[in-house]
Design a protein around this ligand. Structure first.
Ligand code: MN
Ligand code: MN
Length: 470
């Protein structure tokens, strides 16, 4: 049937909202699924910022990137990286244009919400050994009990650094936090969701066998655990004070759904954007503008610290690029940053049909509708948002439309129902054009976050065209 004039007019004038899987070509679908398979392997292998940094360094080295500190000069086409304190990655492909014209930067973060150990974590209570934790990032605490947890991180003893990773392999033990049984939970059930499990309730069960001895001594279960750790790693209790141990969900990331269109797994905020932005950089050869991928730590607790986005180590890396190409001079970096374009590659909330009253359906991100472009985050008053200029939003949408990238423009929930922030404002402070642009996620910050393979692939393609654009 032929379309009526009114139908044609409507199609011309209305903003169309489209499910990306509709009418998708078979070979494109295949590519999307293949890309996601590698992504799932990655998130199963790299569950913390340190493990991401290690894996990304390996990937960069294997793709011709060199540590910038080992090079005296740089020329167009060169590929370099810098690792900041094992937790923070910067990588660049040097452009042929005058660097003063600015860089194309994509910034994601590689820290995720989790349970950190307190400095003095180990104790015994009623013949069980437990570890005290201090949660990191915004979590709904009730979600973190009764799930398998694995232990990741490092312990600095007096004379060595010990790397720990227990609970990921099938033949290794896991750990968990024991919640109250429903039979005895009538008081707990009356509490507000946020108070039902308190921060001090997040104590991880790690053992129950007492140290074997005829002697009458106290805390034999704790002693037995310390003895096991001492035999295995050579550590004593005091060594926990100089450790960074993170407990994360031990579940494996998997395909989700009968159609396997989704990915379920821990830490996709923001490893989904970190992975796609780094993978996209690997495709960049001889760009005009210098393409830079930065992967920050500490975003989930406010971007402070020397490995967070607020750290000036990023400027150190950029200054090194200037020193080794055109020669640096005072104020030059400010000029470069002022002319730079930045994508703050961070996830956003996907529309969740279980909680429809929270969303304003005209302005949300939909799973399977492509990458989300977010002009401003912030709270009810837009407080705390960097708010991209319309000119830059216009540039981004034209770029995506020209390159057939599926994208959507959204906020996050109804006004006043909550707030969220990203690293966008920090880079905007330095004078660059910045906009948030990332993958929509369901159950964000939970132990098992959900993304769409279609959106993951579109993020990868969006980041690639952004790096390349002149
Ligand atoms: Mn994030
Ligand atoms: Mn987050």
């Amino acid at each position: 049937m032929e379309k009526s004039e009114t139908q044609i007019l409507k199609e011309k004038l209305f903003r169309t909202k489209k499910n990306g899987w509709e009418n998708i070509e078979e070979n494109k679908k295949k590519k999307i699924f293949e890309f996601s398979k590698e992504y799932i392997d990655f998130i199963n292998e790299a569950k913390t910022e340190r493990e991401c940094t290690k894996k990304f360094t390996e990937i960069l080295e294997n793709n011709g990137f060199k540590n910038i500190d080992n090079l005296n000069t740089l020329k167009a086409g060169d590929k370099v990286y810098y690792i900041n304190r094992y937790k923070n990655v910067y990588a660049a492909v040097i452009g042929s244009d005058d660097l003063v014209k600015g860089f194309n930067i994509i910034g994601a973060h590689i820290d995720s919400p989790r349970l950190d150990l307190k400095p003095n974590p180990l104790y015994e209570s009623n013949e069980l050994a437990l570890l005290k934790t201090h949660y990191y990032g915004g979590i709904k605490k009730y979600q973190w009990v009764n799930i398998p947890l694995s232990m990741h991180g490092i312990i600095m003893t007096k004379d060595k650094k010990i790397e720990i990773n227990i609970g990921e392999k099938d033949d290794e033990p896991v750990f968990t936090i024991a919640d109250l049984l429903p039979h005895l939970a009538s008081e707990q059930n009356k509490k507000k969701l946020n108070d039902a499990i308190s921060g001090e309730d997040l104590n991880i069960l790690v053992g129950s066998i007492p140290y074997e001895t005829e002697e009458e001594i106290s805390e034999k279960v704790k002693l037995n655990i310390l003895n096991i750790l001492n035999k295995k790693y050579g550590i004593v209790e005091r060594d926990f004070v100089s450790s960074e141990i993170e407990f994360v969900p031990a579940m494996k990331a998997r395909n989700l759904g009968f159609d396997e269109s989704l990915v379920a797994g821990y830490g996709q905020d923001d490893r989904v954007c970190a992975y796609t932005s780094l993978k996209a950089l690997l495709n960049i050869e001889n760009p005009k503008r210098t393409a830079i991928c930065l992967l920050a730590d500490k975003e989930e607790i406010g971007s402070m610290g020397n490995t967070g986005m607020s750290s000036r180590v990023f400027e150190y890396f950029l200054n090194q690029i200037l020193n080794k190409t055109i020669g640096n001079k005072p104020g030059l970096l400010d000029t470069c940053l002022k002319s730079s374009r930045v994508l703050s590659a961070d996830v956003t909330a996907g529309y969740n049909p279980n909680f429809q009253s929270i969303y304003e359906k005209n302005n949300e991100s939909y799973i399977g509708h492509g990458i989300s472009v977010i002009k401003y985050t912030g709270s009810a008053s837009k407080g705390g948002a960097s708010d991209a200029n319309a000119e830059f939003v216009g540039y981004i949408r034209n770029l995506f439309e020209k390159n057939n990238i599926a994208y959507q423009n959204s906020e996050m929930g109804k006004i006043g129902v909550g707030a969220g922030g990203t690293i966008a404002y920090i880079l905007a402070d330095r004078g660059s054009d910045v906009i948030d642009c990332g993958v929509p996620v369901l159950s964000m910050h939970s132990p098992y976050e959900i993304t769409s393979k279609f959106d993951i692939y579109n993020a990868y393609k969006a980041y690639e065209v952004f790096y390349k654009d002149e």
